[in-house]
Design a protein around this ligand. Structure first.
Ligand code: NAD
Ligand code: MG
Length: 398
């Protein structure tokens, strides 16, 4: 392609919260005049996927669900957009030549297509946390091998990327992740034991997908972000701090050896981070809300409570034990979260399940290959499933 050709981009998980925001940013930055859309992907919502693909003139639309191939094909008929379905089709789409890919699929399901796009050499805008949490340095190596850039979209990591002075790396002491504290910040443990999925999905500041919103309520989202930050910025576990900041105005901070702390601030709107990843090192013009400091008037901070939010303690344990601990924590967490959503376990039991799986599987072995990552993930999922179904006692000594 010549320099003057529009950039070729794909959006994995285009039907989700990150995906829809990405399409919105793309439209603001000129749409099909500025970009040529290769692939859009989704899973359940094939009507939305087809509408998106037709509207932006995508080359191919892929649903991860094989059973929805006919529905997608029908919704795209006559449009000229190719239809495909299933996990292998997702990978085939990721292997197409692109300049930039949004990794906006939720969970471990995002790992395989993201690695395929990274190997192909595309820049990866990383919203998905599970790639780094589960595969850590192995994922980095895939990016380096392909030669594309890794641009963090998770708001905290994007904030850190913005204030992380790469040429001053030796004087960076710590990373301070901010956490809103979620909807249960002020509840006691007794109240937390009986919360419902709907209550947990109601995030006070951010509008996001259901699963990440519930993870924010349990602070498993912050737990994943601690591990993500350690890998992304090559820090030691003790260099990653968390502070609760209920207003979500400071998106995260970096502390330097002279005592300076650099922070990135903004309205809680993912389009800022998405736009940054799309035009880096330039900054795009975006219609997001501007901060009005006089009306904000105050910013609050408090220490996180690891008694009520054991997820933070579990993240620290995973970071310190290394190996495939991140894959074990995440695999168990994904299953526990599904079990909470379908009503088979309570809110506080999610952390119990994850802790028990981590105790029994240890660090899951050493991170030698992506296959080893999947094995640790499967082992953790199977055990978490048994625990959630009540077939294994949590107190049983293995
Ligand atoms: P979402 O649930 O709204 O959307 C998820 C997307 O992934 C959808 O397109 C869905 O169809 C697709 N998907 C779901 N399961 C799949 C599977 N098994 N195979 C293939 N595709 C599948 O989620 P979201 O809130 O947009 O989050 C996407 C990712 O970005 C997550 O990893 C999340 O942690 C991260 N993230 C999201 C936000 C946010 O503001 N929503 C912020 C930071 C990070
Ligand atoms: Mg985040």
């Amino acid at each position: 392609r010549s320099q003057s050709d529009p950039r070729r981009i794909s959006i994995f998980g285009s039907t989700g919260s990150i995906g829809c925001n990405t399409l919105d940013v793309v439209a603001h930055l000129g749409g099909s005049d500025s970009f040529s859309i290769c692939a859009l992907t989704g899973k359940g919502n094939t009507d939305l996927l087809a509408r998106q693909a037709i509207a932006c003139g995508a080359e191919i639309a892929v649903t991860a669900d094989e059973n929805r191939y006919t529905a997608l094909k029908a919704a795209l008929s006559g449009s000229g957009v190719e239809a495909a379905a299933g996990p292998a089709a997702l990978i085939e789409a990721a292997e197409r030549d692109t300049d930039w890919c949004m990794a906006g699929i939720i969970g471990m399901a995002g790992l395989a297509p993201t690695i395929a796009a990274a190997r192909r050499g595309s820049d990866i805008a990383l919203a998905n946390k599970e790639c780094l949490v589960s595969a850590g340095e192995l994922f980095h190596r895939e990016i380096e091998g392909g030669g594309g850039r890794l641009l963090p979209v998770d708001s905290e990591h994007n904030a850190i990327h913005q204030v992380f002075e790469r040429d001053q790396r030796h004087s960076i002491e710590r990373i301070i992740l901010t956490a809103s504290g979620g909807p249960f910040r002020t509840l006691d443990a007794v109240q937390m034991a009986s919360v419902t999925p709907d209550m947990a999905a109601a995030h006070p500041n951010w509008s996001m997908g259901t699963k990440i919103s519930i993870d924010s309520a349990s602070m498993f989202n912050k737990a994943l972000e601690m591990i993500e930050a350690m890998h992304l910025f090559h820090m030691r576990p003790d260099q990653i701090e968390v502070v609760v900041h209920p207003q979500s105005v400071i998106h995260s901070m970096v502390g330097y050896s002279d005592g300076s702390v650099l922070a990135q601030l903004g309205a809680p709107d993912m389009r800022t981070a998405i736009g940054y990843s799309l035009t880096y090192p330039q900054r795009p013009a975006l219609p997001v809300e501007r901060l009005d400091f006089a009306s904000l008037s105050r910013l609050d901070f408090e220490a996180p409570d690891e008694e009520r939010f054991p997820s933070l303690r579990l993240a620290r344990r995973a970071m310190e034990s290394g190996g495939l601990s991140g894959a074990v924590l995440n695999g168990a967490k994904e299953v526990a979260l599904e079990a909470f959503i379908d009503g088979s376990v309570g809110f506080l039991e999610m952390a119990d399940i994850v802790e028990t799986v981590m105790e029994r599987l240890g660090n899951g072995g050493s991170a030698t290959s992506i296959e080893a990552v999947y094995e640790a993930d499967h082992a953790a999922r199977n055990m978490a499933q048994e625990l959630a179904a009540g077939r294994l006692s949590k107190s049983m000594v293995s």
